[in-house]
Design a protein around this ligand. Structure first.
Ligand SMILES: N[C@@H](CCC(=O)N[C@@H](CS)C(=O)NCC(=O)O)C(=O)O
Length: 464
């Protein structure tokens, strides 16, 4: 049996799947232990694509990915030990594979997210996701087990192995982080199954004891906490509070509850740090994360969303790709067409030029009213129930709209013509991530008056 080797560590739930499958089949093998945080030559050579354990080596040929390996073992040793791991019925096989995919794709990442959560809110959200997943699996268990002990009925089958490898992890997360995930009251069938699974002789033989898993989990938890602290450690934002582009970064950081240092630029001056950090445009905002500058507000907001995906209120970009495209499209429109026309209202030197710019702003608001109705689907924000990308990108101008309205005594965002957008603007400014720091329109108006005086002076100088 020297020709059967398994590269891994027994603490990895994915490796455990293979160990349980081999134990069920009573196949002997050589265990090639990987050290945590290191990758052996053999591993890198055997799994050059993912460089991950487990790798199963049979007659010198490597097989990667735990789901693929378990199916391989079942096919190569169909009659050995306890017999087939995959159910005999094709529909049941499909269900076992589907729920395995769900466990890997959704459930386990949520379990890890509990351990990684930097805030109590993030943790509570991840706990809810795991509990919801367990409810789905409870239903799947009732359907598949048909009143018997396991997902496979009387015997351990594919989904038992693929989900069961996590039961010790679930227990450790529950105890170590004081949360209830798989409780008897809510998920009685699954709770009973987990106990029976752990007691099954093929499992007991290979499953690391809970103390070892707990030690490892504590170690991982400390490592995640350090990673989270490193991520938070060094965040700086160069800007001024009145700049609407800077406002976008402020709102995104506030939504994600990321702490940062605000490096205030003086109006009309550019600091050394700004010139060094944004040598191309020399504009604010610049976000500096671990000494690396990120420029352009749209790019900064996406960066924040990607680096802190689970923090605070969760995702800023919508989950749906088409909605993401629409949010990005309308943000581009706001920057490219709409805001320049709002500025043109303040800059206009003649009544005619002012009327023309006002018309452009209103036409743009009508388009954005339509976009709002389509994207919000009757809810409060462009992002539906929550503030999302376009809310931030367009919302950062809401106090500017009001200030320009006052500056030139026109109505731009009025309730009669654009009722949905008017309501949204009020709600947006009342949102807790926005309200606490958004300057009121009075401050923007004062600033606009200074700008207007400067524009007049520049225009007069240009005429002479
Ligand atoms: N497209 C840029 C626009 C940034 C921008 O225009 N910032 C203004 C302040 S509100 C600025 O830095 N102006 C100084 C300058 O133009 O030199 C972004 O979205 O970040």
């Amino acid at each position: 049996m020297a020709d059967v080797k398994l590269i891994g560590s027994p603490l990895s739930p994915y490796v455990l799947r293979v160990m349980i499958a081999l134990s069920l089949k009573k196949v002997e093998y050589e265990f090639l232990q990987e050290k945590f945080g290191e990758k052996s030559e053999l591993l890198l050579k055997s799994n050059p694509v993912y460089k991950k354990i487990p790798v199963f080596i049979h007659h010198d040929r490597p097989i990667c990915e735990s789901a693929v390996i378990v199916e391989y073992i079942d096919e190569v040793w169909p009659e050995s030990g306890c017999g087939a791991i995959l159910p005999a019925d094709a529909y049941h096989r499909a269900l076992h594979r589907f729920w395995t995919f769900y466990v890997d794709d959704k459930l386990f990442p949520s379990l890890v997210a509990i351990g990684r959560a930097a805030t109590a809110e993030g943790k509570a959200e991840a706990v809810e996701r795991v509990r919801a997943g367990h409810l789905l699996l409870e239903e799947a268990f009732v359907e598949l087990s048909e009143g018997k002990a396991f997902f496979g009925g009387d015997r351990l089958a594919y989904l038992d192995v693929m989900f069961g490898c996590f039961v010790n992890w679930i227990k450790e997360v529950e105890e170590f982080l004081s949360v209830e995930l798989l409780d008897e009251a809510t998920t009685p069938a699954l709770h009973g199954w987990a106990e029976r699974f752990r007691e099954h002789e093929a499992v007991k033989e290979v499953m690391p004891d809970r103390g070892t898993v707990l030690e490892f989990f504590k170690f991982l938890h400390a490592m995640w906490a350090k990673e989270a602290a490193d991520l938070m450690a060094d965040v700086k934002l160069i800007g001024t509070p009145l700049c609407p582009y800077v406002r976008r970064a402020i709102i995104a950081l506030s939504l994600k509850k990321v702490e940062y240092e605000f490096l205030q630029e003086k109006f009309g001056e550019k600091s050394e740090l700004l010139l060094k950090s944004n040598p191309i445009y020399k504009k604010i905002p610049v976000l500096i994360h671990n000494d690396r500058p990120i420029c352009e507000s749209a790019i900064i907001v996406e960066y924040i969303d990607e680096v802190w995906p689970e923090s605070g209120c969760g995702a800023i970009l919508p989950a749906d790709a088409y909605h993401r495209a629409l949010h990005r499209f309308w943000s581009f429109y706001v920057d490219d067409k709409w805001f320049p026309s709002l500025f043109a209202v303040g800059k206009a030197e003649t009544e005619e030029a002012k009327a023309e710019a006002v018309e452009q702003v209103r036409a743009g608001l009508l388009l954005l009213e339509e976009a709002f109705v389509k994207l919000s689907q009757g809810k409060a924000f462009f992002g539906g129930d929550r503030v999302a990308y376009l809310d931030i990108m367009f919302g950062s101008f809401t106090n500017w709209i009001e200030a320009v309205e006052e500056l030139v005594s026109v109505e731009l965002l009025d309730e009669a013509t654009t009722p949905a957008l008017h309501g949204w603007a009020v709600r947006f400014r009342e949102h807790e991530a926005v309200k606490e720091s958004m300057p009121d329109s009075g401050k923007v108006l004062e600033f606009l008056k200074i700008l207007q005086a400067k524009w007049k002076k520049d225009a007069a100088a240009a005429r002479n």
